[in-house]
Design a protein around this ligand. Structure first.
Ligand code: SER
Length: 675
């Protein structure tokens, strides 16, 4: 079966169950300042899972392009990918009716079963299925998912398979009846996609990829980590919303969100054991083989035992990382949002993906500008499904070449810095003396500084250091000295500790974002969000009250804002809007909100852009001077909005409109920055 066939079958199956097919959304989330990329099929559907009506109805199905970077260090094993496609079907609960078009656990699980095992559909072997369910969590106050267990047991039973529940963390010990595995929240409570939003218990389907090895023996976790079983599908029962205080609130309606990993599923359907063994990767691997003159570590045309044995491991891993990262970079660059590599937010992730691929390329001995060549293969594979890749091909190629060149320059600069550091390098303990505490001239911290300031990769630092060691004579005064394996490990360890501490700090910073402790890229996006409110109010003052917002897109670097207006703005109008916004910023006005009913908010003159997205009770954000008694007259902006926002306008910096252009008929688009 090909990936194209699998995509089509999935859509057809759920269409036959009354689902409307919806297109893949952009990879860059539209209205979620808590996430840089679309991480799952449900991500663009968050407002609808929260209770809004979807225009296409209550049953939806699609194939969504996704980026997940949380597992970036795992990429290279048999199943982790940065870019992947997710097939998904959804039921949007309708709080106003008990019945209606929505469905829940029973239908979701039964349809998963039917699609996987029915001969008319995927025709997989149910004897190879193992499922996990949520075991509940007392601390979080969440119950175990007994209902799903029952439904699975019935499905198994209808197919003549006894399905028993295997107690948590117990060895399976060859008992073929153990089919259902209750796992804790970290495994079987899914979501939210960003920091807040809909989430719920889930049940995951795992397929035995090596049935010839006999019955499973270890604990489920161990079998999973040994790549014996591969997760192919996840059914999530979204009943909760995680709020900004970290609490789980019951949603107004029960929803279903399922996700099937396309790459993994197509591989196991074809008898392969890893997500790279399919036609969505073969041409990329072949191109990398050609560029490097090295061979992929396992034969990619037939199922093989573990790919992690023998000499091919490093090469295989490097090739997988390059293929994965360049594919992800190609899709990000090819997205209509036109994101480019930078030092903040999503642009930084893009930069990291490209640079990481280049580094692994170097490791394979590729000594030319090459990432665009891999990207061209990516485009060939996907352009019929994702037309944006064909359309933006030139942009993708240009950006990759530019970034790769820049990185090579960085490396050169780093090497120069390294030269400067050389005089400081004295092996305090003669390196040939085996015992005593380590006393080398540079520490992992030094190398971390080089890494964080110049982007100079640790692997290259170690290489340089080895070369340097070899310039020293050993105790005989004739032989050369080698950096010992122990010392190398110690330096690496120190480096990683410094790195971890750094990451820990930035994680804490972004986790603090909703507790008022704004930080990093998120802080920037929040400022832009507030600037957007100021700008809309200013536009209405300058162009008239007919102006309404048509859309907005915010990155940590800029604000893009669409609004209804039919003529090009004059230079004077642009200046005037800028001046008004900057005046409000200079006044350092407080930004506050009040909760009220939608009608009340409208009556108070609050702007509401996408009215259908809001429930009855809404937040109205106000920016103004509340110090005087005639409060209403001094409110500059009043908008229905979920937030979050900067606390005062004074935090925003200087506002500047960088572009004003047509977006579509009767809609203008402004790009603006804060300095
Ligand atoms: N949201 C779930 C996942 O990403 C199911 O779609 O696995």
């Amino acid at each position: 079966m090909t990936a194209n066939e699998l995509r089509q079958l999935y859509l057809d199956f759920f269409k036959s169950k009354g689902h409307a097919i919806i297109p893949s959304a952009s990879l860059i989330p539209e209205n979620d300042p808590t996430a840089l990329f679309t991480t799952a099929g449900m991500h663009p559907l968050v407002p609808y899972l929260m209770g809004e009506k979807h225009p296409a109805g209550q049953r939806l199905v699609n194939c969504q392009k996704c980026i997940r970077t949380s597992d970036i260090d795992e990429v290279g094993d048999n199943r982790h990918l940065t870019f992947f496609e997710m097939l998904g079907n959804w039921s949007l609960g309708d709080p106003s009716t008990t019945f209606g078009a929505s469905y829940f656990k029973k239908e979701a699980i039964e349809w998963s079963w039917k699609f996987l095992f029915d001969k008319k559909w995927l025709g997989m072997d149910p004897q190879r299925l193992y499922v996990t369910v949520f075991m509940g969590d007392k601390e979080l106050g969440l119950a175990s998912d007994e209902k799903s267990i029952k439904i699975w047991q019935e499905c198994f039973k209808k197919n003549g398979i006894t399905a028993e529940v295997c107690p948590y963390n117990t060895s399976i010990g060859g008992n073929r009846n153990y089919r259902i595995f209750p796992l804790p929240a970290k495994d079987n409570f899914w979501g939210p996609a960003g920091a807040t939003g809909p989430c719920g218990p889930c049940t995951e389907m795992f397929y035995d990829v090596s049935p010839e090895k006999g019955a499973l023996r270890k604990t489920f976790d161990e079998e999973m980590n040994a790549f014996r079983v591969m997760e192919v599908w996840n059914d999530v029962f979204m009943e909760f919303n995680k709020n900004s205080a970290g609490q789980y609130e019951k949603l107004s309606a029960q929803n279903v969100d399922t996700g099937m990993g396309l790459e993994r599923t197509i591989s196991v359907l074809n008898g392969k054991q890893d997500a790279f063994e399919n036609e969505l990767f073969y041409p990329l691997i072949q191109k990398i083989e050609e560029l490097s003159g090295k061979k992929y570590g396992i034969k990619i045309t037939s199922p093989q035992p573990s790919p992690f044995e023998g000499e091919g491991e490093d090469v295989t891993r490097a090739m997988r990382v390059i293929a994965d990262h360049i594919k992800a970079a190609t899709f990000i660059l090819g997205d209509e949002k036109g994101l480019t590599p930078s030092n903040v937010g999503a642009g930084y992730v893009l930069r990291r993906l490209i640079r990481r691929a280049v580094r692994y390329g170097k490791q394979l001995g590729i000594n030319e500008i090459f990432t665009f060549k891999v990207a061209e293969e990516v485009i060939k594979i996907y352009q019929d499904i994702y037309a944006e890749l064909r359309k933006n091909k030139e942009f993708i190629v240009n950006q990759l070449v530019k970034e790769e060149e820049k990185f090579l320059e960085t490396l050169e600069k780093g090497l120069k810095e390294f030269e400067k550091m050389k005089p400081k390098f004295t092996p305090l303990r003669p390196p040939f003396k085996k015992s005593g505490p380590i006393e080398y001239g540079w520490s992992g911290d030094d190398l971390f500084n080089l890494y964080s300031t110049y982007g100079f990769p640790i692997e290259l630092s170690i290489e340089e250091m080895k070369k340097l060691y070899e310039t020293f004579k050993d105790e005989t005064g004739i032989g050369i000295v080698k950096l010992s394996k122990d010392d190398e490990e110690r330096i690496l360890h120190q480096f990683h500790e410094a790195l971890q501490e750094h990451q820990e700090l930035s994680r804490t910073a972004s986790a603090g974002m909703f507790k008022g402790g704004l930080a990093d890229a998120s802080e920037e996006t929040i400022k832009y969000h507030t600037a957007a409110h100021l700008m809309l109010a200013a536009l209405r003052k300058v162009l008239g009250e007919r102006v309404v917002q048509k859309g907005s897109n915010i990155t940590p670097e800029r604000l893009r804002f669409d609004f209804s207006h039919s003529e090009k703005m004059t230079a004077e109008q642009i200046k005037e809007v800028e001046n008004i916004v900057n005046e409000q910023i200079q006044k350092d006005l407080p930004v506050v909100y009040e909760e009220m009913m939608l009608d009340e908010a409208k009556a108070a003159g609050a702007m509401g852009v996408f009215e259908s997205k809001y429930g009855e009770k809404v937040k109205v954000y106000m920016i103004g001077d509340f110090s005087t008694s005639s409060k209403d007259n001094n409110i500059f902006s009043r908008e229905i909005c979920g937030g979050p926002h900067a606390q005062r306008t004074g935090m925003l910096g200087r506002f500047k409109i960088t572009k004003e252009e047509s977006s579509s008929a009767g809609v203008r688009r402004i790009k603006a920055t804060l300095d």
